[in-house]
Design a protein around this ligand. Structure first.
Ligand SMILES: C[S@@+](CC[C@H](N)C(=O)[O-])C[C@H]1O[C@@H](n2cnc3c(N)ncnc32)[C@H](O)[C@@H]1O
Length: 339
């Protein structure tokens, strides 16, 4: 069977679609929405049903080009697509045409996860690739060539895997005998390394696979740079919407919205409040987030770990938030190790 046809037949349920559309308010006149993670186009398609909305979409994955072309032929005047990473948002929008809403729906689409030839899923049997697109390395190169210490950091810190040391020791042992080139081999190594009393709710491979995927695609660096660029290219009163799926992503988003919003408390009541105003990019943000409702969870159980956060941009002039980048250097330094 033609693999691209069989993938298109698979259904991707856009997570918290109703909530996203409501926050976007696309019936408002001349709304420009940037969909930074087009995927199968779930949000873009819904937004384009509103004649006042214009959508600029991007995705790093080449597999998003085809569904985007289909949408373009239907709605050419309202829609544009770029095969680009969202860390390069500045190549696509500029300060003159700022957006009303910028959306990030992080992670993988169903199409990516279920295309076993890409090796994102531990149910796959062949290549351990894991490249989302516009990536520089594959997971196979990482597994077979990254030094032991760096590999431990990747799996322990990016995957939050407590048994990283044993897993890495066994990877090193195995690759000394023969190159590890299939997902099946990697899964066996992980399974044999894990303590038998593991948490039965998640597959033993989940954390290692997450770590490799984050590393291959430099996902935390992408998120940090994407958030900063979105702040630069959103109108005052405009909204940034982020749907995250794991704790590192959510930690970064929560920190950014909370610490760069006007609710940040004054360190001392004797200090002039002006000192805090410096980086109030967002209106009051009180750690609010949405999760999928029970109906959605039944229809799409994969949405269970999703958290939707959104923040509203103030008039505050943009200045580069260096401190934000510094704060999460622990993750980005790991991602930037060269092989
Ligand atoms: C969860 S899916 C989005 C699904 C989409 N909202 C829909 O309804 O079909 C995430 C998408 O974001 C893309 N993506 C992830 N990181 C990206 C990045 N840094 N830049 C651009 N696209 C990215 C992935 O390739 C994937 O297609």
């Amino acid at each position: 069977m033609n693999i691209s046809v069989s993938l298109l037949e698979k259904k991707h349920f856009p997570v918290m679609l109703d909530e996203v559309i409501q926050i976007c308010n696309p019936s408002k006149k001349n709304q420009l929405v940037v969909d930074c993670t087009f995927g199968g186009g779930g949000y873009s398609k819904e937004l384009l049903k509103f004649p006042n909305a214009k959508v600029v979409a991007l995705d790093r994955d080449k597999s998003a080009i085809e569904p985007a072309k289909v949408l373009k032929t239907k709605q050419s005047s309202q829609f544009t697509f770029y095969n680009e990473k969202f860390s390069n948002l500045d190549k696509i929008i500029n300060t003159e045409t700022k957006a009303d809403v910028i959306i990030f729906d992080l992670g993988l689409s169903t199409f990516q996860l279920q295309d076993y030839s890409r090796g994102f899923s531990f149910k796959a049997t062949n290549t351990i690739d894991m490249q989302m697109g516009l990536s520089d390395i594959s997971a196979e190169e990482v597994i077979n060539t990254l030094d032991e210490n760096s590999l431990k950091l990747v799996i322990k810190i990016l995957g939050e895997e407590q048994e990283a040391n044993r897993i890495v020791k066994n990877i090193i042992k195995a690759r000394q005998i023969k190159k590890i080139d299939t997902v099946t081999e990697l899964v066996k190594i992980i399974e044999s390394s894990k303590n038998k009393n593991y948490n039965k709710k998640i597959n033993v491979c989940t954390k290692t696979f997450q770590a490799l995927r984050i590393f291959v695609n430099k996902e935390t660096s992408e998120l940090i740079e994407g958030l900063i660029k979105a702040t630069q290219f959103i109108k005052p009163g405009g909204k940034i919407i982020i749907i995250s799926f794991h704790s590192i992503e959510d930690k970064i988003v929560k920190y950014y919205f909370t610490n760069y919003s006007s609710n940040k408390s004054n360190p001392s009541r004797y200090m002039p409040t002006q000192s805090n105003k410096k980086n109030s990019f967002f209106e009051k943000y009180k750690n609010n987030f949405l999760t999928p409702g029970s109906k959605e969870l039944i229809k799409n159980p994969a949405s269970r770990s999703a958290k939707l956060r959104h923040a509203v941009r103030t008039e505050q002039e943009f200045n580069y938030p260096k401190e934000f980048k510094e704060k999460f250097k622990r993750y980005t330094d790991i991602e930037n190790v060269t092989i």
